[in-house]
Ligand binder design. Structure first.
Ligand code: ADP
Length: 201
């Protein structure tokens, strides 16, 4: 059984790689997906955000307006700190539970799909950390296209993250997603062979 940490930068292709790894048989622990589940009405993060920010972060149907929250915390470091301090322990608890479950089920490859893997310290749980990398110019273009951001907003979101050089230094392996999708999937195929045949421990 191997625990692989998967990380990247915004719009680097991490979700694309994670979905492919799942197709190949990996058990994925998706931190963003867990966060979304905990944000559903009645779940703990929903209640915490609603109490803290008030009705202005609710959509007419009563669900959270995640875009509004994103803008609020992006422009205000104090709110961002509050949000992180509130969200992280709840998400961590859920990740731990899933990890224990997959370990008990003796899954062969468990992938920790965590956007801020290094920043949150989850990299220490992984035997290997795999970085989905993309050249910054291409990252900017893909982010603008996917999220409908203007150039400035996209550049600011990229600049707010840990620099690529730092992430590269800390990663054990790199998937370069600057090229075509098929070239990326071939790199994942090679890693998968390594993990499932040669072992990583
Ligand atoms: P992340 O999960 O890291 O934010 P995504 O997997 O969502 O990134 O990819 C970001 C965007 O780039 C998506 O719109 C995706 O369809 C696109 N994309 C990903 N990989 C490639 C690729 N190799 N070539 C072209 N577009 C890609």
């Amino acid at each position: 059984m191997k625990i692989i940490g998967l990380t990247g930068g915004i719009a680097s292709g991490k979700s694309t790689v994670s979905a492919y790894l799942q197709e190949k048989g990996a058990s994925i622990i998706d931190a963003d997906g867990i966060a979304h589940e905990l944000l559903e009405p009645g779940r703990p993060l929903y209640e915490a955000y609603r109490n803290h920010f008030g009705e202005k972060i609710l959509l007419p149907d009563g669900t959270l307006d995640c875009r509004a929250i994103g803008q609020l915390v992006f422009s205000d470091p104090i709110e961002r700190k509050w949000l992180n301090a509130t969200a992280h322990p709840l998400i961590q608890q859920e990740i731990c539970q899933r990890l224990q479950r997959y370990q008990a089920e003796k899954k062969s490859v468990i992938v920790l799909d965590v956007p801020l893997l290094f920043e949150s310290g989850w990299d220490k749980m992984a035997e290997k950390v795999c970085l989905v990398y993309v050249e910054e110019k291409i990252q900017l273009a893909r982010l603008m296209k996917r999220n409908g951001y203007g150039r400035e907003e996209a550049a600011a979101r990229i600049a707010a993250q840990m620099p690529w050089e730092e992430k590269k230094k800390r990663a054990d392996c790199l998937i370069d997603n600057s090229g075509s999708l098929s070239s990326t999937l071939r790199q994942v195929d090679d890693l998968w062979k390594e993990w499932t045949h040669d072992g990583v421990s």
